[in-house]
Design a binder for this molecule. Structure first.
Ligand SMILES: Nc1nc(=O)c2c([nH]1)NC[C@@H]1CN(c3ccc(C(=O)N[C@@H](CCC(=O)O)C(=O)O)cc3)CN21
Ligand SMILES: CC(C)C(=O)C(=O)O
Ligand SMILES: [Mg+2]
Length: 275
């Protein structure tokens, strides 16, 4: 069954957990869709996990559209949400609506996500007014890495916790259909989840959110040694890939691969004429 923003709201109301993962390409999206994931995020984390940057700041609209198109072709049932990259919505309401529109029209996403609280509420409202569903994202907002001084847990003090709770209420009021809570204390995430009517999707925000999201390279252990506290490795795909690649190298060097089952034939009479 096709997941929509309505399905997400319904699952919060029925206390049925919402599951999301990131994906950036066709074949991965197809596997996740088949597995029954509710939503796929084309995250700007692609700058790090797919392109090898140290943060998400260099990701462009062209990068996002390129990967969103691929995921949209692979996923039929999951709700497809595309991240708005750094500086595609902060600069003006016009830019925000224009770039959200490109992710829908060209990328074929069904919703967009952007980072921030009160400061981006005018953008959220304007995009929603253009009939594009918006997922908000508060707490650790990676596009603010330079302002935060690193990727650090947010909302541990009374002042910052209160601010994040207020931001959750503000983005709901601005019209967001859901909100990502990233790297905040579990009890703050629980309070926010109880205080607003739209679903909360947690990453590093504990078990009391309405749903969870992880970067797939992290949960499948295929992104080197990166393992923040909130990541659980559900499989070890990186090691499995390395094993397969090593076998390929060895069998090729040893003349074991390709074997007779992998080759195409020509009539002996035909080839003889070429000698
Ligand atoms: N592969 C990947 N996974 C992610 O979850 C992710 C990205 N990339 N890129 C964008 C942001 C950056 N994120 C990050 C990156 C590092 C930490 C980290 O090192 N966290 C420390 C906590 C630091 C503290 O105590 O404040 C940890 O040990 O969990 C957290 C989130 C989350 N997002
Ligand atoms: C980690 C998720 C929430 C994200 O924003 C991303 O992958 O870019
Ligand atoms: Mg992101």
């Amino acid at each position: 069954m096709k997941n929509t923003v309505k399905t997400f709201q319904q699952q919060k109301d029925e206390h049925k957990k919402i599951t999301m993962l990131t994906a950036y390409d066709y074949s991965t999206a197809k596997i996740m869709d088949k597995a029954g994931i509710n939503g796929i995020l084309i995250g700007d984390s692609l700058g790090m996990v797919m392109l090898g940057y140290e943060d998400t700041l260099s990701v462009t609209m062209e990068d996002m559209i390129h990967h969103t198109k691929a995921v949209a072709r692979g996923a039929k049932e999951a709700l497809i949400v595309a991240d708005m990259p750094f500086m595609s919505y902060q600069t003006s309401i016009y830019d925000a609506v224009y770039n959200a529109g490109r992710l829908i029209k060209e990328g074929r996403a069904q919703a967009v996500k952007l980072e921030g609280g009160a400061s981006v509420c005018p953008q959220i409202k304007a995009i929603v007014d253009a009939s594009i569903p918006v997922m908000a994202h508060i707490g650790l907002t990676p596009q603010s890495v330079n302002a935060f001084g690193g990727f650090k847990v947010q909302g541990k003090s009374e002042e910052t916790a209160k601010r994040i709770l207020e931001e959750a209420k503000q983005v709901e009021k601005a019209g967001a259909f859901a909100v990502v809570l990233e790297c905040v204390p579990e009890k703050l995430a629980e309070l926010i989840t109880k205080s607003i009517n739209i679903p909360t999707i947690g990453i590093g925000a504990g078990p009391n959110c309405d749903g969870q999201i992880l970067v797939y390279q992290d949960m499948l252990d295929m992104y080197g040694d990166f393992k923040p506290k909130f990541v659980k490795q559900f499989a070890h795909v990186g090691a499995e890939m390395e094993k397969g690649i090593k076998e390929y190298i060895k069998e090729t060097q040893d003349n074991v691969f390709p074997s007779q089952e992998h080759v195409f034939k020509i009539d002996d009479e035909v080839i003889k004429k070429l000698y």
